[in-house]
Design a protein around this ligand. Structure first.
Ligand SMILES: Nc1ncnc2c1ncn2[C@@H]1O[C@H](COP(=O)(O)OP(=O)(O)OP(=O)(O)O)[C@@H](O)[C@H]1O
Ligand SMILES: [Mg+2]
Length: 1107
């Protein structure tokens, strides 16, 4: 819609008077009449200068449409009929255009429409400020923080179905363009006592009802909740349903808002778990149990609820149960644990529920702040919107109402200070003619409450910190003493007797005359609520849960961070935060919205005059109108005023070199503004009528348009000229570059052509020179070659001549030699035929033999006696010589081999030779013995201590010592015996003891008999009649038969020089005693290896079975 089409104005179609300043006559009645008149015609907004009065219509009015937003956008405050949008627009524009931080102060009693007004301001600002995806998201998050905080912080009260039970101040931050960047919310004291108890006809916080009504079956099951409200002790029963409120739908809105604000799904779940746990805490009941010492101890009645809470919070049931039964007090490192009685247990339960909920609320605010905080660090402009709980008077007012009303007192004070007090003081200070207008200053009430030495809050703190018994009554007593004389404090028991007979004032109450009316406070709970203590056991138990959110809510439960220091009291905390808030508000440009509640029934169209009159009075609206009327609509220091309007006057534009005040004076005179419309203060100009200001603004706007056109013109001219100059410069540059480029190209071409020609000429010259030089060289070389050829030719001719000469000389010599030879041969032919033939033959034979020997010498075979090879015979005539030489060589070689032998080795070989002569090809056993060296002493008898005696008895050298089997003559069985042979005898001895069995001289041996077989049996035949032969011949078996018999044979030969007979036969006779027994060898299977088995068959036969 085109703005210019809107023809409305403050004065157009005006119902009553839009700005109360214009009321004529100005009385309280006319003021009220005007408000009522307008209210009846659905005009709920009325101005007092720049202050907006808003009367709650309690119904929906079609004045908040997007069209309305457009209508009010960028319009002067007084241009259109009064609206909250006009105030919001004014604030937003002066923030954006004049760089002034703004605050919007919305005051009024509970239910007057503050929260609604704050939302309207925010939605208007959101609608008119910048656009874009990012900006829209910021706006959406800022707006959606409202439903979340309202669900958790608002409740139905007697006065308001959506009463804010916490204070809220929100800073919306903008960048230099006026686009929102983010925001910061501060919250003030939540009325947490509502969690556990609500006055009649009121409800708990909305969220509980919303969750139970709107939560899905599945969610409620997860949270272990029942849908019915009456299942929960903490939910007031009488007014659980509020008319026109759909809790289920609101729950969906809240969940959606949480999502938009940036809560994760699991965070929402955690929050709802805590809400459910708080609700269920109320269902834990305690019963008394008597103890021996007569005291009552509390016990949890039904542990099921506790179990479910613990499951929800990831808590150990025993830990929480203990925290509900005991209280540990720690002082000076001493821990004292006391049991709780039923009342104390209920107190602990409620304290836990209140604390859990309160901390959850603070966490929510912080979490929202995290999401909506501005992401940049650039300088921000700020618009603060304050919506705090309104002034309230209940039947039973407690600590919470006291705090709420105190806060409202402070807001009233800031209003008075900035609009009534400061303004009037400023007129006087600026030297403007002024008649003082009386108003009520509520500083005295603020003093009564907040004075650091004797204020009510200070008394309460003092009482809370005092040792000894402290009760609400002792606190009241103290108040009665200290505040008795205060004109705004009333108490039955105070020292002054003013109220002794006032029966409307009970004994346990005190009354304060607030700016908005008298409020009676019951002291009950003041001390406790101010202390705001949670048993340490409970905070520690909460810290121990596995629930991340709950754990984070109770950081003081961490034993590592435990401090004995008392936390600040609720009262002092609140006082400090209100003081900070006030300081903050004072730095900003204030905009006031004063909300008025038209009736107590929350009904539309009802305007209870008495009620409104009361509010008009205590809000000081009449005084406000009077000050405005008598005063000036607008004031501004000279410098910014001159700066803003200097373009309206040719003298001040563009520069004014003298003082700002003179400049403004020149300016206003030239504009011909009637002198009664303004006054010159000391440092400021005061403009009486807003209309004058608007005129100035209009002139400025038009002038600005002209200036803008001028600037545009100059700028365009400048831009075109700059562009032209740039193009010209560019053109010159381009042509310079192009020329340079072509010249350069041409030069390079010429250069290359010149170079080619140059090189051709140089080449041609060089080649010519080369040709000449080559010709010259060729001439020189030809001469040399010809000379060389000539010399060569001459040399070769000379050589040929010399060679011819030599050949001829040689031929002559040869012919001469032949001739001489022929002559001599002819002469000596007769001598040659007689001798030469034989000599030649001998010489030839000699040469052949010489050659034969020399070759044989080279081909001689190896020196081994076993070698059989011999070189082949070269000449037939040397056959015998060759064979003889082979024999001689072999003998010589054998001799050489023998010469290397020692005497001992020689004897062994002699023995071996002897054995070969005796047995070779005669006895089968011989072949085995060839490779065995004849050792002789196999027993090492002289070294063996066992045979010491035996060797002692034998004096001679032992030639052979071995163990043999002596065959028993009677049965043919063998017995092992030592067989010793010396140079003169052989001895048979016992193998074990070494005792000599037989000692036979070798001379008594006549012969020896053996078989032809492989066996080792041999018989030693003895001389008949000798002593040794008494028992007859000996029969032995031994594997070393060959060695034994050879040694025996040789010994006897050396001794007697006779060779004994060695009979080799498979059958021979032996002499046993008187018998001649035949030893017969037969072939057969053998039981014991190679040893022969002998068996005496009868007197005449001994059978030897051999393998
Ligand atoms: N401009 C309005 N248009 C329509 N209804 C309104 C308007 N302002 C207030 N109301 C109605 O009045 C009710 C109470 O208003 P609101 O919650 O803003 O009061 P309040 O001043 O914030 O009170 P409290 O101090 O208890 O928080 C609203 O729920 C709404 O129904
Ligand atoms: Mg509110």
């Amino acid at each position: 819609m085109m703005k210019s089409e809107v023809k409305t104005s403050l004065l157009d179609n005006m119902i009553g008077v839009g700005d109360s300043v214009l009321l004529e006559p100005l009385t309280e009645d006319s003021f009220l009449e005007n408000l009522k008149n307008r209210f009846d015609h659905s005009e709920i907004y009325t101005y007092i200068g720049s202050v907006v009065i808003s009367v709650n219509p309690y119904r929906h009015l079609p004045i908040y449409t997007p069209e309305k937003v457009e209508e009010y956008r960028n319009r002067n405050f007084y241009e259109l009929s009064p609206h909250i949008y006009a105030l919001a627009d004014e604030a937003y524009r002066s923030l954006r255009d004049q760089d002034k931080d703004q605050c919007i102060l919305i005051t009024g009693e509970s239910g007057a429409g503050k929260t609604e007004a704050s939302k309207l301001v925010m939605s208007y600002v959101a609608a008119v400020c910048g656009k874009g995806a990012e900006v829209n998201q910021v706006k959406e998050q800022l707006l959606q923080s409202n439903p979340v905080l309202e669900a958790f912080g608002n409740a139905k009260t007697m006065r308001n179905d959506n009463s804010s039970r916490f204070g809220k101040y929100m800073d919306i931050e903008f960048d230099f363009k006026g686009d929102p960047l983010g925001g910061v919310i501060s919250n003030y004291l939540l009325e947490k006592s509502r969690v556990v108890k609500q006055p009649r006809g009121e409800r708990n916080f909305h969220v509980f009802y919303q969750l139970l009504s709107g939560g899905s079956e599945d969610l409620l099951k997860r949270l272990k909740l029942e849908r019915e409200f009456n299942q929960y002790n903490y939910l007031g029963l009488d007014s659980a349903k509020v008319n026109g409120v759909d809790d289920a739908a609101n729950f969906r809105t809240v969940k959606n808002a949480m999502q938009i604000v940036g809560f994760m799904d699991d965070e929402v779940e955690l929050v709802l778990e805590v809400v459910a746990a708080v609700l269920k805490l109320g269902n834990i009941e305690f019963k008394p149990e008597s103890r021996v010492n007569g005291l009552d101890e509390s016990r949890i009645q039904d542990k099921n609820e506790l179990k479910e809470i613990c499951e929800l919070l990831g808590q150990d049931q025993a830990v929480l149960e203990r925290a509900f039964s005991f209280r540990t007090v720690e002082a000076k490192q001493e821990k004292v644990s006391t049991t709780l009685n039923v009342a104390q247990a209920y107190y602990a339960r409620d304290a836990l529920a209140k604390n859990l909920y309160n901390r959850l609320f603070t966490w929510l605010v912080n979490r929202i702040n995290e999401s909506i905080k501005a992401q940049t660090k650039v300088r921000k402009k700020v618009m603060g919107v304050l919506d705090i709980y309104g002034f309230e008077i209940f039947e039973n007012n407690s600590f919470e109402q006291f705090i709420i009303n105190y806060c409202n007192e402070k807001l009233q004070q800031i209003f008075i200070e900035l609009t009534l007090k400061e303004e009037q003081e400023e007129y006087i200070k600026e030297g403007i003619e002024w008649t003082h207008i009386e108003y009520f200053d509520n500083a005295i009430i603020c003093e009564l409450i907040e004075n650091n030495t004797n204020g009510i809050l200070a008394m309460l703190d003092e009482e809370c910190l005092r040792p000894g018994t402290v009760t609400d009554e002792t606190f009241l007593e103290k108040l009665n003493q200290v505040c008795a004389v205060h004109e705004r404090f009333e108490s039955r028991m105070s020292k002054s007797s003013r109220f002794l007979n006032d029966t409307t004032l009970p004994h346990n109450c005190f009354r304060i005359q607030h700016y908005a009316g008298k409020v009676m406070y019951h002291v009950e709970g003041f001390v406790d609520k101010n202390n705001d203590l949670l048993y340490r056991d409970l905070s520690q138990a909460m810290w121990k849960t596995n629930h991340v959110l709950v754990k984070a809510l109770f950081p003081e439960g961490n034993p590592a961070k435990m401090s004995l220091k008392r936390p600040p009291t609720a009262g002092s905390q609140f006082k400090a935060s209100v003081a900070t808030l006030m300081k903050n508000l004072q730095t900003k440009n204030p905009n006031y919205i004063r909300c008025i509640k038209p009736n107590d029934q929350k009904a539309p169209h009802v305007f209870t005059e008495a009620l409104v009159c009361h509010q008009v009075r205590y809000l000081g609206l009449m005084e406000n109108v009077r000050v405005r009327r008598a005063g000036y609509a607008f004031k501004q220091p000279y410098e910014p005023c001159l700066e803003r309007y200097k373009m309206l006057c040719s003298q001040t534009w563009p520069h004014w070199r003298q003082g700002a005040r003179d400049g403004v004076q020149v300016l206003l005179t030239e504009l011909q503004i009637p002198p009664e419309e303004f006054s010159y203060g000391r440092s400021k100009i005061f403009i009486r009528n807003p209309r004058t200001l608007f005129e100035l603004e209009d002139l400025r706007k038009r002038r600005l348009e002209d200036l803008a056109t001028l600037i545009q013109k100059i700028y365009r001219g400048w831009k075109c000229r700059t562009r032209f100059l740039l193009m010209k410069k560019s053109q010159i540059t381009i042509s310079a570059w192009t020329k340079r480029h072509f010249q350069r190209k041409k030069y390079l071409h010429l250069k290359s052509v010149t170079l080619v020609i140059q090189s051709y000429i140089r080449g041609w010259k060089a080649r010519k020179l080369l040709r000449e030089l080559k010709h010259q060289k060729l001439c020189e070389e030809s001469a040399t070659t010809i000379a060389a050829y000539w010399r060569g030719f001459q040399a070769r001719r000379e050589l040929r001549r010399l060679k011819e000469e030599a050949r001829r000389k040689h031929a002559v010599a040869v012919i001469w030699a032949y001739w001489l030879g022929l002559k001599i041969r002819r002469e000596y032919r007769k001598f040659f035929r007689a001798n030469a033939g034989r000599k030649i033959y001998e010489f030839t034979i000699q040469r052949i033999i010489q050659k034969y020997f020399l070759e044989l010498k080279k081909k001689l075979p190896s020196m081994s006696p076993t070698e059989t090879a011999w070189p082949a015979r070269p000449y037939l005539f040397l056959d015998n010589t060759h064979t003889e030489l082979k024999r001689i060589f072999h003998l010589w070689r054998c001799k050489k081999y023998r010469d290397q032998f020692t005497a001992q080795k020689k004897a062994i070989f002699e023995e071996k030779l002897e054995a070969s002569e005796l047995f070779k090809d005669k006895k089968a056993l011989y072949a085995n013995s060839v490779c065995q060296p004849f050792q002789g002493d196999y027993l090492e008898i002289s070294k063996n201590p066992k045979y010491q005696k035996l060797t002692g008895a034998v004096e001679e050298k032992i030639l052979l010592a071995d163990v043999v089997n002596k065959i028993n003559r009677a049965n043919g069985k063998g017995t092992p015996r030592i067989f010793l042979l010396t140079q003169s005898k052989f001895i048979i001895a016992d193998q074990k003891s070494g005792q000599i069995k037989s000692n036979i001289p070798v001379m008594d041996i006549t012969s020896v008999s053996v078989s032809k077989q492989i066996d080792g049996l041999f018989a030693v035949h003895l001389k008949e009649g000798s002593t040794a032969a008494a028992k007859g011949d000996f029969l032995f078996t031994s594997d070393r038969l060959i060695e034994i018999i050879t040694k025996l044979y040789r010994t006897i030969f050396f001794k007697t020089n006779q060779k004994i007979n060695v009979e080799i036969n498979n059958e021979f006779l032996v002499q046993f005693n008187q018998d001649k027994v035949c030893v017969k060898f037969i072939q057969g299977a053998q039981k014991n290896g190679n040893l022969p088995a002998c068996k005496r068959k009868n007197n005449r036969l001994l059978e030897v079975t051999v393998p």
